[in-house]
Design a protein around this ligand. Sequence first.
Ligand SMILES: Cc1ncc(COP(=O)(O)O)c(C=O)c1O
Length: 460
Amino acid sequence: MTFEPFRIKSVEPIRRTTPEQRKRLIEAAGFNMFLVAADDVLIDLLTDSGTGAMSTEQWAAMMRSDESYAGSPSFRRFADAIQAITGFKNVIPTHQGRAAEHILFSVMCRKGDVVPNNMHFDTTRPNCEFMGAEAVDLPIPEAQEPACPHPFKGNMDTARLTELIERVGAQRIPLVMITVTNNGGGGQPVSMANIKVVKEICSRYKIPLYLDACRFAENAYFVKLREAGYGASTPREIAQEMFRHADGCTMSAKKDGLANIGGFLCTNDDSKAVAAKNLLILKEGYPTYGGLAGRELDAIAVGLNEALEEDYLEYRVGLTAYFGNRIAEAGVPIVQPPGGHAIYIDARAFLPHIHPTHFPGSALAAELYIEGGIRSFEMGTLVFGKRGLDGVEQPGPMDLLRMAIPRRVYTQSHIEHVIDTILKVWRRREQVRGLELIYQAPTLRHFTARFRRAGVSAQA
Ligand SMILES: Cc1ncc(COP(=O)(O)O)c(C=O)c1O
């Protein structure tokens, strides 16, 4: 692995706590990592969204920014940077990715429509359903097999896409989306070949293709590393080609925009852009700031280009792979191959004695917190399962524990601590107990759910 391609100019202290203190803290938080205070966490791998460190160039750009309500030069720099990478005609700033999704689906979808995606993220699905449309996931079969080392597990199943369009009719499908990389499916990339075939199918049926582009730079780097014919291309050239196959995109700049807030919607469809901007004015702000400060637009303009630097991507993808490979070599079951922004542990395989209805992912998250102060994110039964009116829990398809790595924040020795912690828990995994859900909100329950330890009788 290459060393971190940056020096550290400004530091934030990490407050140490003991396992005994953390045991009390996690119990008080109802065993829900979202309810733990950030300063009680040693290494925070809850999300890579908005948690990155900005560069000196980004801070300098923020100082140079302009806060005019209309026509700010900060917007011009923002739009220029996005257009140079994506080539899209219309750039619409939003306060974050989900706002771009809400606006896109509002102007594209009607009740009864169907929106295919390789995998809708947990904000895209409800935003699509909010319009009365059906969100359909079409991952390739390998995406459901954590141990399968397919190089492009984020790919869409193109046979199922054609079958779906034939079955429901193209007039009911206002757009097709591809999420790069596929966050819900393990941060796995989508190949250029797959994007091209999806575009060909969409063109045949006159359906526009949009990218959920949050991690476009990481996806481009995986194409460079893994897809024949791209080894000599730069990540920027690959990203430009990915966007050329699409008609628009939504983006959370909190990921590969290397910013702490922000997002955008792009489209080549001028009439949809007009409708989107009208809604933007109502919901987000004037089209040259869209809910963002001028300084945030400038930070994103610089961040999008830094995210495409090859040194940075080599370090980023290399660190994630180092982390994943080290724990996998010791036997820890992870989603293979390691993704771009995160390592996903297969908690069902890690803790086979805990039945999925007793939340092995959340139980493992609590254990890693107690052992080493690490915060992670359950992407399993709590997020994708459901509790029926009869109180019976229906498990999600998998119980994954996501450990997302903030960009440019942690060094390799922080990651060594994470590896040591996971391996300590791995060695005593039979002693880890499941959890009983005692509170859930009606929607997006993972943010506020509360648990207690399951009794011995609750084990499978
Ligand atoms: C693939 C994907 N799409 C959309 C979003 C939503 O972005 P935001 O959190 O900025 O609203 C996320 C955020 O994690 C994501 O990972």
